[in-house]
Design a protein around this ligand. Sequence first.
Ligand code: NAD
Length: 423
Amino acid sequence: MTIAAAPSLGAENPWLNAQRQFDNAADILNLSPGLRAVLREVRRELIVRFPVKLDGGGLRVFEGYRVQHNVTRGPAKGGIRFHPDTNLDEVKALAMWMTWKCALANIPFGGAKGGVVCDPATLSHRELERLTRRFASEISVLIGPESDIPAPDVNTSGEIMAWIMDTISMEAGYSVPAVVTGKPLDIGGSEGRPSATGRGVCIVALEACNRLGMEPHRTSVAVQGFGNVGSVAALLMHDAGFKICAVSDVHGGIYRDDGIEIHDLLEFRARTGGLAAFPRTEPVSNSALLELPVDLLVPAALENQITVRNAGRLQARVVVEAANGPTTPDADVILERRGITVVPDILANAGGVTVSYFEWVQDLQSLFWEEGEINHKLERILKKAFVQMCDHADAQRVSLRLGAYLVAVKRVADATAVRGIYP
Ligand code: NAD
């Protein structure tokens, strides 16, 4: 079955795209109008505007968001993004995607997301800390270990999670480690969490290759975005035998058709602060990277990278969506028509939230596990979700994205139905 292309109006609004993806699944699941109305909107959205003291003595007001899409299967869960272009619609989409991601992995969380409109590169370390702490205080009406648990996302880190944990703990009067995940180990973080999203990307890429009869050591790869997720995915995929031919960051990328040594590149970046001028590579722009002659493409940066404008020119056989929402629904239609397999974000990057779930469980129990156990449990969960996604996609003759949505949306719909509507 092929989903018809919709008009391109608003085609790059992530929230409209997230709703459209949900509608595709709701149609096949034949969800009742009432249930559909509940699930296609967010449950709560909080907009905050708050002042931060600048180092020079002035004040600046920032805008931030915390959105909970759904909390039916458990506390809301989702990262916090610091980015100049973030906005309420983006955060709503990211929150909805978190609901489906948690449901697909079958972990007992709902979906949430947060964001602050800011460019961290223009803030000093002390300004960033004050901004984070004030934002944490502003959204403390929503977040908590039993209600809503943030984590890192674009431009946020373990250190930023530590400031949020400390702020909430100071307001409570005691330590509340389980209020955030992705924390440093010293304050209740989990082994394996910093690498979990990238590890999940690698696990899922291997499963996809297996399904398509592709051998990793004969598979060339381009990775767009070399941050927390993209750099770990590139490293682990390199170690698993894939040939990583191109990587990029916000400033642009590098390409070498017989493969880049990722361990050396990480060492080079630590020394020079960038990817440019890495020996024996040629520069490539972020848009050109997506159209390189590689077998497997890993978008690991931001939304709307694969659109109607370039979907017809992609050369990869497989796209593994490490980023959230990198492919628009219109582009999905083109890729499906061209026989390009897309492993959807809600599975491909679910490794992060899965180990975040382990971190939260460990914090609540004050009992910590070893990394081997964590990685093993992570692999089991992702492989199981991969099989369930494929089974549904194959049974309905739809894309893997729709297969994944069928599993996830049904789980949330069933949970909603069984709980009933209050009062
Ligand atoms: P990050 O801030 O660590 O890294 C982002 C990377 O993308 C950086 O290398 C940056 O230079 C690059 N980048 C930014 N804008 C770009 C652009 N326009 N073109 C190309 N590259 C660009 O963020 P991250 O945590 O690695 O997140 C990346 C993606 O993965 C996001 O979509 C995020 O929502 C998703 N994700 C992250 C996690 C996690 O655990 N951090 C979990 C699930 C999904």
